[in-house]
Design a protein around this ligand. Structure first.
Ligand code: MTE
Length: 314
């Protein structure tokens, strides 16, 4: 991953969490019930498809980055290494019907239709901070469901110590896969206790709409305390394993991208500092934001790593 931009930016307007969540709930309830039923047809059509999805208990109290910025500045090497290109190139990806193959150390393995997985997992909204290893960050209101809820449905066995995720491999559509930018298909993984942590999330949407294709439709991982490359897009396979999976970026450049990849301002990337981050969409005059350990989620996740030397675990 290269840093091409000069760095600027920051501004996250913190609101009291209870007020924020309550306000979101009120807005969403209004959008779903009273306003839609009262509006004339053309106006009600403007209400977003998933406006009624409730805000989940783990959602944060941050001001979201503008949708346009999140949807037009993406890392999706299956299409292009250029952050603007996949917005156009990913339009050719067919995201329905979509199957997920489940393999390995679980009682319920096989091929599952995403529609059925969605029926079993009610949607909620999670506003999360997101920190890319390239030292930029954003805040995204994701829609989806807890990863743990889905994984438990496959009944992992006691031997399942890790879970591996794989992206679709289809070089005719994902034309970036014809290049050697990465080893294909894109693979990511988590230790099983990380995967079962309540903050680990499967996203199917954002900003009250379906996930744009360039942001990983129809199903992507979101792990807010880790660098963004762990948040694998367009997942087609989930494998439970006893051993640590080999992951795409770690295989490509092991000295630069670790398996754990927890956000850590103290551990510099070999080619740049991780102490600060440019906020996506902010003006070039806005100072950079100080990066927080575990991207600010330390209170919730630090105990997962109490036996690890955090100065070395990148
Ligand atoms: N998943 C796949 N399959 N391919 C990718 O190139 N890029 C990763 C991650 N997931 C990537 C991926 C990286 S480096 C980042 S920072 C995030 O997606 C970016 O998510 P976004 O494009 O929705 O902002």
């Amino acid at each position: 991953m290269l840093i091409k931009e000069k760095s600027p930016i920051l501004s996250s307007e913190i609101t009291d969490k209870t007020i924020f969540i309550n306000r979101r709930k009120i807005i969403k309830a209004a959008a779903g019930i009273s306003i839609t039923s009262m509006l004339p047809a053309p106006a009600s059509a403007l209400v977003k498809k998933y406006a009624q999805v409730p805000v989940g208990p783990y959602s944060g109290d941050f001001k979201s980055t503008a949708f346009e910025d999140v949807a037009s500045y993406t890392n999706y090497y299956e299409f292009s290494t250029n952050k603007k290109d996949s917005t156009v190139l990913a339009k050719n990806l067919k995201t329905s019907p979509w199957n997920i193959t489940v393999e390995g150390e679980a009682e319920k393995t096989g091929i599952f239709n995403l529609e059925d997985i969605l029926k079993a997992n009610p949607l909620e909204e999670r506003v999360y901070r997101f920190r890319c290893v390239e030292a930029w960050s954003m805040v995204v209101p994701w829609l989806g469901f807890p990863l743990a809820a889905m994984l438990k449905q496959f009944k992992p066995t006691a031997k399942a110590k890790f879970v591996e995720f794989t992206t679709l491999y289809d070089p005719e559509v994902m034309i970036g896969q014809k290049s050697k930018a990465l080893g294909w298909p894109y693979v990511e993984g988590l230790r099983i206790d990380e995967a079962m942590h309540p903050l680990a999330f499967m996203a199917t949407g954002m900003y009250d709409e379906e996930l744009p294709k360039q942001n990983g439709a129809p199903l992507r991982l979101v792990v807010p305390w880790k660098y963004g490359f762990k948040s694998i897009k367009a997942i087609v396979k989930i494998r439970f394993s006893e051993t640590m999976p080999g992951t795409a970026w770690n295989k490509m450049a092991p000295s630069e991208y670790g398996f754990y990849a927890n956000v850590n301002p103290e551990v510099a990337h070999p080619r740049w500092s991780q102490s600060r981050e440019r906020i996506l969409g902010a003006s070039i005059f806005t100072p950079k934001r100080k990066t927080e350990i575990f991207n600010g989620y330390g209170d919730q996740v630090a105990s997962l790593y109490k036996r690890m030397d955090l100065s070395k675990q990148f």
